[in-house]
Design a binder for this molecule. Sequence first.
Ligand code: IMP
Length: 190
Amino acid sequence: MKIVFATHNKNKLKEVAALLPNVELLSLTDIGCTEEIPETADTLEGNAQIKANHVTEKYGYACFADDTGLLVDALNGEPGVYSARYAGEHGNAENNMDLLLKNLDGITNRKAYFKTIICLNINNEQYLFNGVCNGIILEKRQGDEGFGYDPIFKPNGYDLSFAEMNLDEKGKISHRGLAVQKLIQFLQNL
Ligand code: IMP
């Protein structure tokens, strides 16, 4: 079975491929999809659907795509679907963290959660899987593993930030890890 994971991120692909031994997992690069797929929806579900639908409609493959956001209670769910570009520049994690810490300055409610949505198109059907990880936003950065908001996010029940955990530890409890586990279980039962 061939399935496209709608990403150019080799690390993400490797992580998921290791969990799916019976599937030939292809990246966007593998199928020659070099065009930027616009993530113009205002929900995580919408953006995951846009990416998966682009691949299935244009290239004819079964495909899954993910989209993730960090939702902060005291900021009414911001940055949410705009997490990657919270501070304006796409993918600038340092500026995003600085802005988030500034917007939470003096606020005692630090509750937040990461949410991942995976959209799978297969056999002319569409399926959505989600994963949530609850935690708090720390007062300052801790650790230097991971990416994005990892240094300022501490999952509930742990003394470490995501950036102080190794990939295995984070993968077991993270939003993306949980959503991927649901996807894998579904694919194994097909
Ligand atoms: P994406 O949909 O996986 O590209 O995630 C969108 C944005 O959310 C990223 O650019 C990061 O800023 C943030 N993000 C997603 N997953 C994580 C994570 O596991 N840790 C920290 N930040 C994340």
